[in-house]
Design a protein around this ligand. Structure first.
Ligand code: SAM
Length: 440
């Protein structure tokens, strides 16, 4: 019996990159490869890169250093690189790492299996960095989803914003929106294959528009798919939050009451320099609109600390906003200058230790707030969709507000929604007790 060739994928970055890797995995499986967790056992290793911060970008080159050793050991290993760093650094990657066999950008993931075949046929190294290629070309049925419960569905590629710090418009290009019919068809197919939850993905998903369908309209169409238990989406930009979106969150029972809404800073000077397109007051008005329509909406956010020129007083404005809003989750990043961005022209003058201190201040505050919010849930009942089975009879799931809950339950609950009584709380998760095995 012939052994199947094996592939291994390393993914850095956001959910969108995870979804791109799932597409590559699906196509490789169709081409007859099987997946392995161990790069040492793989015939093909694909590194899907993230360029958002310098550290993430550098990970590619560390990884390539390790793979070079494996390749030189004579295993016949083929190496592929794709995604944001590939699009940004282009063929310079090949100068730094000549052992790379396949190089694709952010719009050409669908080509990986074909390009690899050409390499195997002796056609030499293959590169496709075409930014104008149709990123939605790959067959949705071929996606190898990493979960059997929650599936990512990319509805929008690229970004039309011009945030001074952000490399994404350069790596992923301008916005391209997928047709609602295609999105609905993919979701129907996912539900048919047993997925309970779908997470729609886009860099600024609330800016979605396809002909006369805006994002609230898209949500309504997807929420209508029979059998879909839960619908989520990420990431939203404050400038595009409308009353219609707030009302979709309120009125569509499938849509979970959770919104990721990056603020980045609460200083008007910093926000203007970042070119975020809103002031602190406008961000607060947006939150007020959302909470008016959905009082218990869970809102999470991103913050960048140490942006060029950020003073202690400006940082404190962000600390105050975080203290007052009570976010359900917060991701805090140290500002990192990126190539081709306008902020790169500014002096990166906040020292690294000061950036680390500011991160620690915000994370400490956020952890205390999350702990208090989670403790307040003790004694309540939650509908939990089980998405992982751990050891010792413990399963893990998410509430509709995206809180993590661990509790004892049979493994057959995977993919099902069960009622759980909350009996304990930490800053990052809840402990529960199965209240009733009602399956919704
Ligand atoms: N498109 C989304 C948005 O702008 O709201 C998210 C894009 S990015 C992948 C995720 C987060 O990384 C951003 O919200 C921001 O907080 C952070 N980020 C982006 N560029 C950065 C930079 N140059 N330095 C530090 N953090 C950065």
């Amino acid at each position: 019996m012939a052994f199947k060739k094996r592939f291994h994928i390393e993914t850095f970055g956001c959910q969108m990159n995870v979804n791109d890797s799932e597409k590559v995995a699906g196509l490789l499986s169709r081409a007859g490869y099987e997946s392995t967790d161990d790069p040492g056992h793989a015939d093909f290793v694909f590194v899907n890169t993230c360029a958002v911060r310098e550290k993430a970008s550098e990970k590619l080159y560390h990884q390539l250093g390790r793979l070079r050793k494996l390749k030189r050991a004579g295993s016949g290993l083929r190496i592929g690189v794709g995604g944001c760093v590939a699009q940004l650094d282009g063929t310079r990657i090949l100068d730094r790492a000549p052992e790379v066999d396949v190089l694709v950008g952010t719009h050409t993931f669908g080509q990986v299996a074909e390009l690899l075949e050409r390499v195997e046929n002796g056609q030499g190294r293959q590169v496709d960095l075409d930014r104008k290629a149709d990123a939605f070309r790959s067959d949705p049925e071929a996606v190898a989803h990493s979960s059997t419960v929650r599936a990512f569905v990319t509805v929008m590629e690229g970004c039309n914003h011009v945030c001074s710090f952000c490399v994404v418009p350069r790596t992923r290009g301008p916005e391209v929106n997928r047709s609602p019919d295609d999105v609905v068809a993919e979701v129907r197919s996912l539900v048919g294959r047993g997925f309970a939850e779908v997470m729609l993905l886009g860099q600024t998903i609330d800016a979605y528009r396809h002909e006369d369908v805006d994002f609230a309209g898209l949500l309504a169409r997807v929420a209508d798919v029979p059998g879909l238990a839960r619908l989520r989406f990420t990431t939203s930009h404050p400038e595009h939050v409308t009353a219609a979106l707030a009302e979709a969150l309120r009125d569509l029972p499938t849509v979970c009451p959770y919104l990721h809404l990056p603020v980045q800073s609460a200083s008007d000077r910093v926000l203007a320099s970042m070119r975020r397109g809103y002031t602190r007051a406008q961000y607060l008005d947006t939150i007020a609109l959302l909470r008016d329509r959905v009082p218990d909406l869970a809102i999470s956010s991103d913050v960048i600390v140490g942006y060029p020129g950020e003073t202690e007083a400006e940082f404190q404005e962000t600390v105050d906003l975080v203290a007052n809003l009570g976010f359900a989750g917060l991701f805090v990043f140290a500002y990192s200058p990126r190539p081709g961005t306008t902020a790169r022209l500014l002096v990166d003058d906040v020292p690294a230790e000061e950036k680390s201190r500011r991160i620690a201040v915000l994370n400490g505050l956020q952890q205390r707030q999350q702990l208090a919010a989670n403790q307040a849930r003790v004694g309540s009942r939650e509908s939990v969709l089980v998405d992982a089975v751990g050891g010792g009879g413990v399963v893990t799931g998410r509430t509709r507000h995206f809180r993590i809950v661990h509790f004892e339950a049979p493994p057959e609950t995977l993919g099902r929604t069960v009622e759980v009584e909350i009996v304990g709380a930490g800053a990052n998760s809840l402990q529960g007790r199965l209240a009733q095995q009602a399956i919704h």
